[in-house]
Design a protein around this ligand. Structure first.
Ligand code: R5P
Length: 314
């Protein structure tokens, strides 16, 4: 059975693909991915995949559009080589914030990505902590959404902070943060954040809940420019919170986010390795936890036809 399971990696996050293979005790699938001088991508699968279940690891990180096109080409090559099934392992889902038409004349790009994956031959997607769970409905085939909660909560349980409050940085993340609060058995506070246009800036307007004298953990699905997180840090400080931590699944950390965090009052930002975190981003204040074992175990269970929900239980 195991020789019918193959893991391939695009160029987006080879370290994660390698860690997944190590967990599964499998070699990485052999494949050449080449970019010609005219910027066209060429893929050649260098081993037999006939009747194999192939998993392609390609997270969404810059250059995002190139990574997507490369993924489509890898899938096309696998399909033409008679793979039995193709599962896309996209730990951070591309364009997941473009999941609704909330302004006139804009695209729903996450839906477009879903359609393109289907056209390229995907049978299934494994991802982690989608910006909105409804994105699963963009697909006409199964989407297994893994949760970073066991890893993030495990870290804070070990840290053993007293008098903790779980903080949702905006109304949209209240449901998700309530889940963390329940898991950690701590109260919940919710902030009302408003975005200004499409320029990545935001403002905290109201706070619901009590943070005074508490150690606060801000839970979010992603941290990009850091603007939202640091706005929340400021609001929590103004309302009397003590130590403030961030717990985020996808640490995109673009622009000058690292400098902003280095100079901030945030005690520690805890992220996972769903996207690469290069040496330039590895400052003492940023803790990176691996989720490779969750993806490895999910792949094993999908291939064996067993349940993956057990991965999220206590
Ligand atoms: C937005 O709703 C998300 O949950 C994050 O809060 C947002 O993507 C973070 O972006 P930034 O770090 O650029 O403020």
């Amino acid at each position: 059975m195991r020789n019918r399971l193959k893991i391939f990696s695009g160029s987006a996050h080879p370290d994660l693909a390698k860690a997944i293979c190590d967990y599964l005790d499998l070699p990485l699938g052999k494949m050449d991915v080449q970019r010609f001088k005219n910027d066209n991508t060429f893929v050649k699968i260098r081993e037999n995949v006939r009747l194999c279940d192939c998993f392609v690891v390609q997270s969404s990180c810059p250059p995002v559009n190139h990574g997507l096109m490369e993924l489509f080409i890898i899938m096309d090559a696998l399909m033409r080589a008679s793979a039995r099934s193709i599962t896309v392992v996209m730990p951070y889902f591309a364009y997941s914030r473009s999941d609704k038409k909330d302004q006139p004349r804009i695209s729903i790009t996450a839906k477009l990505v879903a359609d393109l994956l289907e056209t390229a031959g995907a049978d299934r997607v494994i991802t982690m902590d989608l910006h909105a769970e409804q994105i699963q409905g963009f697909f006409a085939f199964p989407v297994d959404q893994l949760l970073a909660a066991p890893v993030l909560c495990g870290y804070f349980q070990e840290l053993g902070l007293a008098n903790v409050v779980a903080v949702a940085p905006d109304a949209g993340s209240a449901k998700r943060t309530r889940y963390f609060a329940k898991r950690l058995n701590v109260p919940l506070a919710i902030l009302d954040k408003r975005r200004h246009g499409n320029d990545d800036s935001s403002e905290v307007l109201h706070l619901i809940g009590d943070v005074r004298g508490h150690n606060a953990i801000i839970f979010d699905d992603e941290v990009s420019t850091g603007g939202s997180m640091l706005g929340v840090v400021k609001a929590l400080q103004e309302n009397g919170a003590q130590k403030i931590y961030g717990a985020v699944t996808h640490g995109i950390l673009c622009g000058n986010a690292i400098e902003k965090f280095r100079d901030s009052q945030l005690e520690e930002l805890v992220i996972t390795d769903t996207v690469p975190v290069g040496p330039d981003k590895r400052i003492p204040k940023i803790k990176v936890l691996s989720v490779a074992h969750l993806f490895g175990e999910a792949i094993k269970r999908i291939h064996d036809g067993t349940s993956i929900s057990a991965l999220f239980e206590h």
